[in-house]
Ligand binder design. Structure first.
Ligand code: URA
Length: 232
């Protein structure tokens, strides 16, 4: 697909999401939140589900955790226009409760279609619900920040920004995991070779070898933190 076709495919998916009645989540919502960003993004982020502000605006990650996500993106020289951000469910669960397995299953065809249209090089899952899509049965405290190849894509599970927002130790962990994103992307792109996929200079600069020390420090506490965090 070229960029125009990718945009058209995503617009079509968004339209289908808006009319979706495959589960009951649409009831009581203000707006669908299909996701947004670059239709040809090399990195795609998958969160859990829209919250209050996302439902109001019809846009993903616009509340407090979204602001933190923006900061994390900026820390590796990225912004929303370069990536694609979406969720496992596209309508807000009532009172921000966890999305249920049947709701995630009902919404899966939309997420599958988005991944297929965008064909990202790297997928970052944010929190345990999107991690389950690729690594069922895994514990985020054990696998976060570790890239794995799944169906030809590099998938990097990460903590949910909302969980890390107010927890200093987890915050350092997610920052350290983010800092390695440019390195993961560079590896996939070097393998793929085509000229269009050359690693942007800003990403190259962001690959920070000093991060290994931070990772090691965070590793001591991450398991304990993961057990405490409901969102993960
Ligand atoms: N949390 C999510 O998982 N997704 C959003 O869009 C906002 C908050």
């Amino acid at each position: 697909m070229d960029a125009k076709e990718q945009q058209r495919a995503l617009a079509m998916i968004a339209k289908q999401v808006a009319g979706c009645r495959a589960c009951a989540l649409y009831q009581g919502t203000t707006n669908p939140v299909p996701g947004e960003g670059n239709a040809s993004a090399e990195i795609m982020f998958i969160g859990e589900g829209p919250g209050f502000y996302e439902d109001r605006q019809g846009r993903p990650f616009v509340g407090a955790s979204g602001k933190f996500l923006d900061e994390l993106l900026a820390s590796v020289g990225l912004d929303r226009r370069q990536v694609f951000i979406t969720n496992v469910v596209k309508h807000r669960p009532p009172n921000n409760r966890d999305p249920q397995p049947d709701e995630i299953a009902a919404c899966k065809p939309y997420l599958d279609a988005q991944v297929e249209a965008i064909a990202p090089k790297v997928i970052v899952t944010l929190g345990r619900h999107s991690m389950q899509r690729y690594f069922p049965g895994e514990a985020i405290g054990r696998v976060h920040g570790q890239p794995r190849r799944k169906d030809g894509v590099i998938v990097v599970p990460m903590y949910h920004p909302a969980a890390a927002l107010h927890q200093q130790t987890l915050r350092r962990v997610i920052e350290a995991d983010f800092a390695r994103l440019p390195e993961f992307l560079a590896k996939t792109l070097n393998g793929a070779a085509p000229a269009r996929t050359e690693v942007p200079e800003q990403l190259r600069r962001a690959a920070n070898p000093a991060q290994a020390a931070v990772d090691a420090a965070a590793g001591e506490t991450k398991h304990q933190d993961a057990q405490q965090m409901r969102l993960l």
